[in-house]
Ligand binder design. Sequence first.
Ligand code: HAM
Length: 425
Amino acid sequence: MKGADGVSFRIPRGTVDIMPGEVETWQYIEEKVRDLCHRCHFSEVRTPIFEQTDLFRRGVGETTDIVEKEMYTFTDRGGRSLTLRPEGTASLVRSFVEKKMYGEPQPTKWYYIGPMYRYERPQAGRQRQFHQFGVEVFGTTDPGIDAEIIDLGVQFYTSLGLKNVHVELNSVGCHRCRPLYREKLVEFLAPKREELCKDCQSRLERNPMRILDCKNESCQQVTAKAPRMVEHLCEDCASHFEKVQEYLKLLGVEYRIDTRMVRGLDYYTQTAFEFTLDGQGGSLGGGGRYNGLVQEIGGPEVPGIGFGLGLERTVLALKEQQVDIPVQRGIDLFLIAWGEEPKRRGIPLLKEIRQAGFSAERDYLDRKFKGQMKAADRMKASYVAILGEDELKENRIAVKHLETGKQETIELNQLVAYMRQGRCK
Ligand code: HAM
């Protein structure tokens, strides 16, 4: 595509236009999100798409891939360093602290849905602008909420008709037991340093737990017999982990324990989980508890837990599983106003039909009668209403049901009532 001066414009790499035909699936998913969140008493929060860069450095963690190499960071005209949000949790925590929500009765239950930005190598299910549906709950350590949140994710997928979504569960401990475990892990890995990939060699100092979920085969072999976090949990974390599992069972949620799963963000404590799908690389969604994050962002000691579900991956899975999305595919009525006077009368008539709640369309290009009938077909109209000079003189209108071919002429002022009764259907 070239502009007037020969410059060509292309969509930025790693982004997509969601076009008619596909956008209905997104709208359907969004409806499901809102309905589910409403029933579970979550309120929506809309935060800005960019934040101070330091929020993510602090929140997500300096040594994470996101902060080290994936952020869209820029300096604005006032010299401030800003970053397009790579995820939603840090922003919601910032808002929770800034609005002093911790002074309100707890828990605070929030959800969000919107675009996130990460400079990653684009591939199927991985984009630079992608969308997440996320929930965050602040102010309770009740392990029941951990299970409810995981169950909420499962309910989201099942309500869409997705099958074979698995829950992977782990506990990553807390600021008391994790440092001890970390030491043990480094002690175990240090002599095997040379067998690790380059990335993991540097992780050994900076973020050794990430070595556990490295996809590199030789790293996986090295870590196969490594000490496991779940066996080094302190009493609090161990009992929390037990109870989460107990509640999951009560809720009928099946899960697998994956002791290697550490998640790519630094804020997690205790519960960590992912939703995965057989055969799809990467996770559909993930989340966990973050009991220290509110404090890290400048608030009091308030626990939190939540998840972020990738919507591109959800749409992809719906396609792969050929799930039928119930969307209205056509319009209710196409109006053919034939002649000067009928056209004048047709314009307010169309407005009246639309205001009555029907989707209606007309011709804007002075097409011939046949062309207009074709347009009605193309738009998958249920009815075509024909208003000609003769009909108008008698204050009548012809209505045709396209599927059955049945046609009748009715009083003009009865059209809306006629459609309401669905007599043509
Ligand atoms: P996350 O695991 O980084 O967690 O991302 C959650 C989900 O977002 C992933 O499972 C994936 O489906 C989707 N996702 C991530 N990156 C991309 C990408 N480049 N393209 C397409 N989809 C992507 C978080 O973001 C945490 N904030 C979740 C959370 C909320 N934890 C607690 N509360």
